[in-house]
Design a protein around this ligand. Structure first.
Ligand code: PEP
Ligand code: MN
Length: 313
């Protein structure tokens, strides 16, 4: 068994460091006591779909997800609505006051997504797209970094380190299942990695049981297990008409099941001294180092300086 690399300078949870709090928009914080739930469709399909999603999930989830640039396995599959989809996401967010999460697949997509969405997702397939990570490091947006299809925990932490070393400390890690020999589930949800990451890094860690399981009937139980083992949040796919989802239909929950799932994690969160964040979280301005002692904050600042110097060479 290997120990973790000493190259993880900024993301490491050194003694005294509490979990960093990362803001999504101006009302939601990941990494504090409340467990944050992000819900929504795999893909933004049209304005009506997003309106129904927001109306039904408001009060249950803290943020809405929806891809407009989709990393599809086949080049012939729908690739996402692009900027038109971003506008839909943005108007839904303005109207309902719900922050949004969307994926960026290339450096060119960053500016528009950063302008119109609240959190930028790096999908599994791009976890080691180092140019993308560096460019995201130059933004101030919170980044949702998903674990690569077969990335080790260390590789994931080093990917986070890229973003942080280039100047953006606002990284949230996401375990979304890894490739294994068994194809019954789409991937294997690695809850061991969640527990390990919580010990290795001060960055918040959330879980995506949708892409891990690939089957809707497995998702609620996996979500509850994720909360029980210390995840700081969940990101889950759901759709007004799950079977009609243009992508990932087999794993999409109905909106009713999504609301029920959020209710069902509340006692689990309470049992481990946490709560579940609603969409009406108080408006708070939070920086990533808030909540840690001043000595730890100083140490973190120093490490950031050292790492930036190293990056500049
Ligand atoms: C997604 O979130 O829709 C997605 C494509 O996720 P992943 O990169 O984890 O496969
Ligand atoms: Mn998906």
């Amino acid at each position: 068994m290997s120990e973790i690399s000493n190259q993880i300078k900024l993301a490491a949870r050194t003694e005294g460091l509490q979990t960093s709090e990362v803001s999504i928009g101006d009302s939601v914080t990941v990494g504090g006591k409340p467990v944050v739930v992000i819900g929504g469709p795999c893909t933004v399909e049209n304005a009506e779909q997003m309106e129904i999603v927001a109306t039904k999930l408001k009060g249950s989830v803290s943020a809405i997800r929806g891809g407009v640039h989709k990393p599809r396995t086949s080049p012939y599959a729908f690739q996402g609505m692009g900027e038109e989809g971003l506008d839909i996401l943005n108007s839904m967010s303005q109207k309902h006051g719900l922050p949004t999460v969307t994926e960026v697949m290339s450096v060119e997509q960053i500016a528009a997504c950063a302008e119109k969405a609240d959190m930028l997702q790096v999908g599994s397939r791009n976890m080691q797209n180092f140019e993308l990570l560096k460019a995201l490091g130059k933004t101030t947006k919170p980044i949702l970094l998903k674990r690569g299809l077969s990335a080790t925990i260390e590789e994931m932490l080093l990917a986070a380190e890229y973003i942080m070393a280039h100047g953006n400390p606002n990284v949230v890690l996401c375990e979304r299942g890894i490739r294994s020999f068994d194809t019954f589930t789409r991937n294997v949800l690695d809850l061991g990695a969640v527990v390990a990451l919580k010990q290795l890094t001060h960055l918040p860690v959330i879980v995506d049981p949708s892409h891990a399981a690939g089957k809707r009937e497995l998702i609620a139980d996996l979500a509850r297990a994720a909360v029980a083992c210390g995840a700081d949040g969940l990101i889950i796919e759901c759709h007004p008409e799950p079977e009609k989802s243009v992508s990932d239909a087999r794993q999409a929950l109905s909106l009713e099941d999504m609301v029920e799932l959020v209710e069902s994690i509340k006692p689990i969160a309470a049992a481990i001294g946490r709560s579940v964040a609603g969409d009406v979280a108080k408006k708070r301005q939070i920086t990533v180092v808030q909540g840690i002692g001043s000595q730890s904050a100083q140490r973190l600042t120093l490490r950031r300086k050292v790492a930036r110097k190293a990056v500049r060479g």
